[in-house]
Design a protein around this ligand. Structure first.
Ligand SMILES: [Zn+2]
Length: 70
């Protein structure tokens, strides 16, 4: 996954084996076993899990892929 599942930005960095960070919206996410978990990064550097139901995550993930270049 090379784009943010939360906002769709491609300004993402890999910070762990299955852990990524988005500079656009300052969210982290993990992708293990096909399951995406999104975390909000607090101002003190801690992370809070973002509770999203599966349908809304799928919707967010699918949206950038639907857009066609040109
Ligand atoms: Zn993002």
């Amino acid at each position: 996954m090379d784009y943010c599942p939360f906002c769709g930005a491609r300004e993402v960095g890999r910070i762990g084996r299955e852990r990524y960070y988005c500079r656009e919206c300052c969210h982290e996410w993990t992708k293990g076993g096909g399951e995406v978990k999104i975390y909000e990064v607090m101002s003190d550097g801690s992370v809070e899990p973002l509770i999203l139901d599966h349908e809304s995550i799928t919707h967010v993930i699918t949206r950038p892929a639907v857009r066609r270049a040109g």
